[in-house]
Every structure is written in structure tokens, then in C-alpha cells.
Design a protein around this ligand. Sequence first.
Ligand SMILES: NC(=O)c1ccc[n+]([C@@H]2O[C@H](COP(=O)([O-])OP(=O)(O)OC[C@H]3O[C@@H](n4cnc5c(N)ncnc54)[C@H](O)[C@@H]3O)[C@@H](O)[C@H]2O)c1
Length: 311
Amino acid sequence: MDLTDSRILITGGAGFIGSHLTERLLAEGNDVVVVDDFSNSQRSTLPSSVELIEGDLTDRDLVSEVIDSRIDGVFHLAARKSVNDEDPREQFEANTAMTYNVLEAMDDAGVSEIAFTSSSTVYGEAPRPTPEDYAPLEPISVYGASKLADESLLSTYAHTHGMTVWNFRFANIVGSGLRGAVIPDFIEKLQANPETLTILGNGLQEKSYMYIEDCLDAMFHVIEHADRPMNTVNLGTRTTTSVNRIADIVSDELGLDPDYEYTGGERGWTGDVPKMRLSIEKLTGMGWDGELESDNAVRRTASELIAEMVR
Ligand SMILES: NC(=O)c1ccc[n+]([C@@H]2O[C@H](COP(=O)([O-])OP(=O)(O)OC[C@H]3O[C@@H](n4cnc5c(N)ncnc54)[C@H](O)[C@@H]3O)[C@@H](O)[C@H]2O)c1
């Protein structure tokens, strides 16, 4: 996919990752078309130079209208991303319908290049660091199951409809604008009560946190350096950060020293994978290296989010 002077469609482009991606693609001289229903985002995250289509991507007719032959490539980010969605069946159906609609419409319009945002959750509780060829893939959440189903659809279109797919399995991506995740949650809780912080689980959950700008750099690097029909690549960091450590970092950034209280158990919620670290050998083997390790990605994000809240 040519990432300069092209016309790129981003599904879910108003969301956390999508809005950063939009900015980056505009800066590289691309025309950016965003489709989003704002179910988990706001219009105000997008600059006015974006061509914005408000709509629900589970609507097949809408998707086929939006994807025409003028589109050079697609970043498919739209998804219901909660690991404990209140209606898991609806989540599974929505996520897979969106992906199928996008692939079908691309095929009809002769658009053949797509980048997809999958997730570490497809691996379930696999040994770490988990490489891309780890098997069997046994997700433990409907969200993870929907991503794995999406990957299967993408693979089918890659191998039988001549498409090129860049399938990114993300660790936790963090940075400014992040919502509904542990770092902003701790900041909000501590602003409400600076004395005591309630931590979901036992605080020992340990995951890889990748900074958004590193994530975008890595995606662009892989798109430039991989050209098989289906290119599946983990994006993450070599190190991990525990939930206790995140609590320490956030408290430190706020200048607080709270007591911690635990809800108990080894995972924060049903379907939570308590320890996650992806192998990034494939990514680094392509000549890429990130700037921020996990703890630093968390710290920079905490500091940016605190500054955003004060503004
Ligand atoms: N943030 C992470 O750490 C992370 C990790 C792994 C995978 N991912 C994946 O990356 C992608 C982007 O994640 P994010 O953190 O930016 O999430 P996000 O929720 O901020 O962005 C998703 C966007 O999709 C939109 N959307 C959802 N359903 C839609 C529908 N039916 N029609 C149109 N728009 C719809 C939402 O309004 C939102 O703007 C998702 O596919 C997510 O599963 C994210």
C-alpha cells in the first residue's frame, strides 16, 4: 500500500488509534476518508480536512457505497473492542459483519490492500513471548474469538481474491486520547479519591504496553517491507508492565501516594488474559525497533492524559 499521496479509507478512524493514524496519514499527504458511527468516539477528534462519513459499518449497503474504486487502500479498525462486552453475541456478529462487509465491498470495487488491527487476545493464554506461528489459537473471550474469525475471513480474501492483507496483532496500545483502559481509569479514580486506589484483580497481571507513535511507525514499516498475500505480525514491546507498576507510575505522575485495595483474583475480569507478551522477533527481523519500552510507554501516556485532563 502506498502511504503517500493516496486515498486511504479508515474504518473506526475517529477512535483512539484511528485518530492518530488519520493525523499521520494526512501529514504524509494522503486524502483520508473516515467511516465511523461514533459509538465509541467523538467527531471532534478529527481535523476538518478529513472526509467524514457517519455510519454503521454493519450496514452492508452503506459499506458498498463508501468503498469505491477511488480508494487505494483500507485500514480496518472499527470494532467493538471490549473484552467483557455486555452483549457478546452482538459484539461477535457486529465485528465479523463489519469485516465481511469491508472485504466484499473492496472486492467489488477492485480495492486490494487492507491493514487490519487484530489483537493479542487471539492467542488466549499461550506461553510467552508468543510468536505469530504459535498454535493452537484458543481465545478466551468473544472479543478474541471475533478477531480470530476476522483473521480467517481476511486470509480467505488474501488467498482467493488476490488481496494483500497486513494483519497486526496488537499488544496494548497506549497514548494521548486513550479511554476505557487501565491508565485513564487509575487517573480518574485517583482524582476522585487521592487516598485509596481500587485495583481490579491482584495487581500482578502483566502485559506489554506499546506507545501509539511506535505502533504507527511499526505498522507503516511492515506495510513497506512485507508483501505476501497474508502478512501477520505482532506489534508490542520486549518488556511488560504489571498493574501494580502502572498504579505506581500513575500515582507518581499525579504526585500522590495512595493505599492500594484489591478486588482479588488473578484476572481483572472474565476473559482477561492476566499475562501477555508477544514475541516481536518477526517485527525486529524486518529492521524495525521501537523507541519506548513498556514502562516508559505507560509513563508517557499517564503524563499526557493528566495534561489533557487539566487542559
Ligand atoms: N487499543 C488497543 O490497545 C488495541 C489492542 C488490540 C487491538 N485493538 C484494535 O484496534 C482497533 C482500534 O482500537 P481503538 O483502541 O482505537 O478503539 P476505539 O474504540 O477507540 O476505536 C474504534 C472505533 O470504531 C468505531 N466503531 C465501532 N463500531 C462501529 C460500527 N458498527 N460502525 C462504525 N464505526 C464503529 C467506534 O466508534 C470507534 O471510533 C480495534 O479494532 C481494536 O480491536 C486495539
